[in-house]
Design a binder for this molecule. Structure first.
Ligand SMILES: [Zn+2]
Length: 377
């Protein structure tokens, strides 16, 4: 089992193309062709994390936050910590992959896992993705439809919600007249030909269109396959930001706050009081999700849990929605268990003995001072 197979498996769930366009996701350092020993999962990459990987015989680290986000102009191994981490990774043949906003924006990603951790049901995206989908139409002779359709499905086409391999297949008649230079698979050059064909329609995410066209050119039997790509305006429900769902039973604000403290193992949280109504509908966004406050209010959520919330954002929420800052690390860390489950399942189905380990290091740089004062009372 090599790193490439693991990355491919994870990217079918959280495609790199789903990430924010300024993000830097995927391979950060090392080789994808490397055979895996064990795998270490972490939110952040620090020198201590690389040491932990070495101690636990891991040669693949998968982090949520990318190590390389801002351009690095010098590799200064004397006193630049990022350079030193890169040196250590290379020296010890460790591959580093990072799945950041692609994991934030995918179904069952960061925010869905946070929603599940606090027991929400009927979980949906809080805000559907602004990325578009496109319709690929290709004209295929009858006996090649299955091959072309399967190849497009394999490239990620035809997936709508919980359904895969979705397509339209319409019987049509195609015509062509090949020049003297042509070499038609059906009929003869210089003859006006009429052929029974299928108009095959498959939906793709816009970032995947080039792969769709490449696939058509590779598997279509014709010398010059006819295809079209159409813009469609449907919202993309495959990906999105944040999540929203319902508590199994409504709770008083105070009981809800205590529940969140317990579910997320928090020693502290910051919040502002909402409308005073009981809490039933809850919006969440793992990490810095303040931008989604107005969406949470518009969707009539009683509470919104996120992190990195500013003073004036609390002011905007006060009296309207119970806004909770539960910590950046604390709201993102639940996703690691889901990543582990997915890789465990994949390794098992490939008879691999490699282990997937959750880091035991707390990479959260934020500490809370313990005082005698009681909070939440
Ligand atoms: Zn984050």
């Amino acid at each position: 089992m090599n790193c490439k197979l693991i990355s491919k498996h994870l990217e079918e769930w959280a495609p790199l193309g789903a990430a924010w366009n300024k993000d830097n996701v995927g391979l950060q350092a090392g080789k994808l062709e490397r055979e895996i020993k064990n795998i270490l999962l972490t939110l952040d990459v620090t020198a201590e994390i690389v040491d932990e990987a070495l101690t636990k015989n891991c040669n693949l680290i998968i982090s949520h936050h990318p190590l390389l986000f801002f351009p690095i102009k010098k590799l200064n191994f004397d006193n630049d910590s990022r350079s030193q981490i890169i040196e250590k990774l290379i020296k010890h043949d460790i591959t580093l992959l990072s799945y950041h906003t692609n994991l934030d924006f995918t179904k069952d990603g960061v925010s869905f896992q946070l929603a599940k951790r606090i027991g929400l049901t009927n979980i949906e995206f809080l805000s559907p993705s602004s990325t578009k989908r496109k319709k690929v139409v290709v004209y295929v002779p009858l006996n090649s439809v299955e091959v072309v359709a399967e190849a497009l499905f394999k490239m990620g086409g035809g997936s709508i919600g919980d359904y895969s391999k979705c397509s339209n297949q319409i019987n049509i008649k195609g015509t062509f007249l090949g020049s003297e230079l042509s070499n038609p698979v059906i009929g003869q050059k210089g003859n006006f030909e009429t052929v029974d064909e299928i108009r095959l329609e498959v939906i793709f995410d816009e970032w995947n269109i080039n792969n769709a066209i490449k696939t058509i050119k590779e598997v279509h039997p014709y010398e010059e396959p006819a295809f079209e790509v159409y813009e469609i305006d449907n919202p993309n429900f495959q990906y999105g930001a944040g999540a929203i769902g319902l508590l199994k039973e409504e709770l008083d604000e105070n009981d809800f706050l205590l529940k969140i403290t317990n579910d997320l193992s928090l020693s502290n949280l910051r919040f502002t009081k909402g409308s005073g109504e009981k809490i039933k509908k809850v919006a969440v966004c793992g990490g810095s999700g303040s931008d989604l406050l107005s969406t949470a209010i518009n969707q009539k959520a009683d509470a919104f849990i996120t992190a990195d919330v500013k003073y004036h954002t609390f002011q905007d929420a006060e009296g309207k929605i119970c806004l909770i800052d539960a910590g950046h690390f604390e709201t993102e860390v639940p996703v690691l268990q889901e990543v582990k489950n997915r890789i465990d399942y994949f390794l098992l189905s490939h008879q691999s003995n490699s282990q997937v380990l959750l880091s035991e290091k707390r990479t959260n740089p934020i500490e809370y001072l313990k005082t005698n004062k009681e909070s939440l009372n």
